[in-house]
Ligand binder design. Structure first.
Ligand SMILES: Cc1cc2nc3c(=O)[nH]c(=O)nc-3n(C[C@H](O)[C@H](O)[C@H](O)COP(=O)(O)OP(=O)(O)OC[C@H]3O[C@@H](n4cnc5c(N)ncnc54)[C@H](O)[C@@H]3O)c2cc1C
Length: 645
């Protein structure tokens, strides 16, 4: 069989043997040329099935070869870079100032990703060798999202230029600039991957692969390390407010291990309730789930639990769900989600009513026992017992022991805030004279200086004409000049005239020292500690990385002279999932872009889409983004896995 190109050549030769082509002859050739051109360019419409298949196979082959070539080329390049960077960082260790970062959470990771490793030798120390996407923990605790989806290995996140040591810091010596670390011990924070701690020790058959074993893999001696700059980003602990029984009988929802324990406990409660000899009373107790704390964590967990019950457990345990299941959310204040807009709190309360979640407001938990929770209503002395099985405690946070130790070392007269380390506006820890310790995230609080404490010098500086009174222009200059140092002045920045007119009660056109004081007091009243959120923590981490990268003089106490900007938080809004594929979004106080649009609080399905797209984009890597998308689709199509392991 002649190939197509040979046929074409033969046809042309036959026609061309007559040498000179007439118009008629040219018209004869035209379709042949067109047909063959079309074949070469792959556009022939009259192609046979075989031809089409051949062309497609050819295209597929070319694409596969190019794709695989590119992929393996890129992989080899990355491996080459990785080992190059690793040997580079080994060679240069000890030649650059050493930055030691404690923690692998929301504040530490942005810092580690953006700090200039050409300039600093960076060492990260943390007992957790992964980053945890905490906002998705409520989803993990009921199986909507799987555990491996919400974590990312710290080594793959930060690359070889940053050294990582899995250990936890137990002491800091700010004078000698040395930290002391151990890998295990009494004060170990929850690792979150400690499977051995999840599995009950008893009741396993000898030789079972899940038996408790004592291996020798986790042996790491205590060590000390010198630092030039220390960044404390160790987060916080759950606050029980010394409520009896919480440590022993309630679940927290802070680490991955907590979420796994809760998932097991929910499954346990349902399987126990199915035991034939169970009394009705005991069944009701087993299937009563109590959540303490109506903040975002408590609300999101209650919502996810209600989804699990309605969408999955109802299929497997229809009678139990119809008769015995109860979810109760307890809140000490008169609203849930009280930090959000009032409309959002009201909407969530109504929505929870529809979702069969009982919300007890103005209620205090006095004690948690193994089989009950003792509550007390506000303005009442009466105590009431709520029989229940699983209690989730999500009431707030407190400082870790290392944070408190550091506060004591510096002096409690300077470090007087029990919630965490007080820092200046550059996030340097107060009381460390050389400015070599930074603190960020949940373990730190920025101390904003009060205007009234400096009223005299501010007044004198603004009173350029020495009239003992300020006119509008002088007041405006004062606000503009001092807003970086005193961010609370922002309340006047939108309308300086209005603030001036309100302060000038005598309508004289001037402000006396007394009038200025009463105005600035209003601004001081607006000082609020930043919330303990991932949003704040990650902005702080990024800020310190940029700050250290910009430093020209490593004298860490001369930032003002180096024209470095203090930290400014930009709130982008708050989100919470409320169940039934609905969420709430509050843009109040968000700056700078969203403020212009004056966005109203959102609720319902559209907010849920926003919530989902937000977390999809927030996932740090392509791997976790893909896993999260798959988990949502899997849950939607096949439901949640309710097996306990
Ligand atoms: C269930 C849940 C849901 C949340 N949802 C949201 C949300 O939707 N939006 C939001 O903005 N915020 C949310 N948050 C809050 C947010 O997770 C925290 O504000 C944030 O994690 C604080 O970051 P961080 O870096 O200070 O601490 P973390 O992220 O907690 O990291 C602390 C790190 O320090 C390490 N560490 C602890 N002790 C030591 C030690 N002694 N030495 C060295 N390292 C140590 C830890 O292992 C960890 O790696 C949620 C929190 C939880 C628990």
């Amino acid at each position: 069989m002649l190939s197509r190109s040979t046929q074409f050549l033969q046809q042309l030769t036959t026609i061309n043997s007559r040498r000179n082509l007439s118009f008629k002859q040219f018209n004869q050739i035209k379709p042949i040329i067109n047909r063959n051109l079309a074949w070469f360019s792959g556009q022939s419409r009259k192609d046979t099935f075989g031809g089409k298949l051949k062309r497609r196979l050819k295209n597929f082959f070319v694409i596969t070869v190019v794709g695989l070539g590119t992929y393996y080329g890129y992989r080899s390049y990355r491996r080459y870079r990785w080992f190059n960077d690793m040997s580079d960082s080994d060679k240069t260790s000890g030649t650059k100032p050493r930055v030691v970062v404690l923690g692998t959470g929301w504040s530490a990771v942005p810092l580690l990703k953006h700090i200039d490793t050409q300039k600093y030798e960076v060492v990260c120390v943390s007992p957790r060798n992964y980053f945890l996407m905490t906002p998705l923990l409520p989803s993990v605790s009921v199986g909507t999202v799987e555990t491996r989806t919400v974590i990312e290995s710290i080594r793959s996140l930060i690359g070889p230029r940053v050294k990582f040591i899995e250990s936890h810091c137990i002491n800091v010596d700010p004078k000698a600039k040395i930290i002391t670390c151990i890998s295990d011990g009494e004060q170990t924070v929850a690792r979150g991957d400690n499977v051995k701690a999840v599995i009950a020790p008893s009741g396993r058959t000898d030789g079972a692969s899940s038996r408790i074993i004592k291996d020798s893999a986790r042996v790491r001696p205590e060590f000390q390390m010198k630092y030039d700059i220390l960044v404390v980003a160790i987060g916080s602990e759950n606050n029980t407010f010394n409520t009896p029984g919480v440590e022993e009988h309630a679940h927290f929802l802070k680490e991955l291990l907590d979420a796994r324990r809760i998932r097991s406990a929910i499954s346990d409660a349902f399987e126990s309730a199915m035991t034939p000899t169970q009394t009705v009373e005991e069944r009701k107790r087993l299937l009563h789930f109590v959540i303490v704390g109506g903040g975002p964590t408590g609300v999101e967990f209650a919502a996810e639990l209600a989804d699990l019950v309605r969408e999955d457990l109802q299929t497997y345990f229809p009678r139990l769900v119809a008769n015995d299941v109860k979810i109760t959310l307890i809140e000490a204040l008169d609203h849930i989600l009280s930090m959000m807009d009032k409309q959002i709190s009201d909407y969530t309360e109504r929505h929870f009513h529809r979702e069969n979640i009982d919300v007890l407001m103005n209620t205090f938990v006095k004690e948690v026992k193994q089989r009950e929770v003792i509550i007390q209503l506000k303005d009442s002395n009466e105590l009431k017992s709520l029989p229940c099985s699983v209690v989730v405690w999500a009431t707030g946070i407190k400082a870790r022991s290392l944070t408190n130790k550091l506060r004591e070392i510096i002096g409690l007269n300077i470090q007087s805030n029990r919630m965490g380390l007080l820092t200046d506006q550059y996030l340097r820890v107060k009381g460390i004279d050389d400015g070599s310790i930074f603190a960020l995230g949940d373990c730190a609080t920025i101390q904003t200086p009060k205007l009234v404490d400096r009223i005299q010098s501010l007044f004198e500086e603004a009173d350029t004409e020495h009239r003992s009174a300020l006119d509008l222009q002088q007041f405006r200059t004062l606000v503009e000049k001092k807003i970086t140092e005193f961010p609370q002045l922002e309340i006047f920045s939108k309308s300086v005239e209005k603030a001036f007119t309100e302060a000038d009660k005598e309508k004289s056109g001037y402000l006396t020292l007394a009038a200025l004081r009463s105005t600035l007091e209003k601004a001081d009243h607006k000082i609020r500690a930043l919330p303990a959120t991932a949003q704040v923590a990650s902005q702080e981490g990024r800020y310190v990385a940029d700050l250290l990268n910009q430093l020209t003089d490593t004298q860490l106490n001369h930032f003002e002279q180096q024209n470095l900007k203090p930290f400014r938080y930009k709130h982008m809004g708050s989100l919470a999932y409320v169940g039934g594929d609905e969420a709430v979004v509050d843009f109040t106080g968000s700056k700078p872009l969203l403020d212009i649009f004056k966005l109203k609080p959102m609720s319902g399905r559209s907010a849920a889409y926003l919530w989902k797209s937000f977390y999809l984009t927030e996932m740090f890597t392509g791997r976790t983004k893909t896993l999260l998308a798959f988990d949502w689709v899997r849950t939607h199509v096949f439901g949640r896995d309710i097996s306990r392991y």
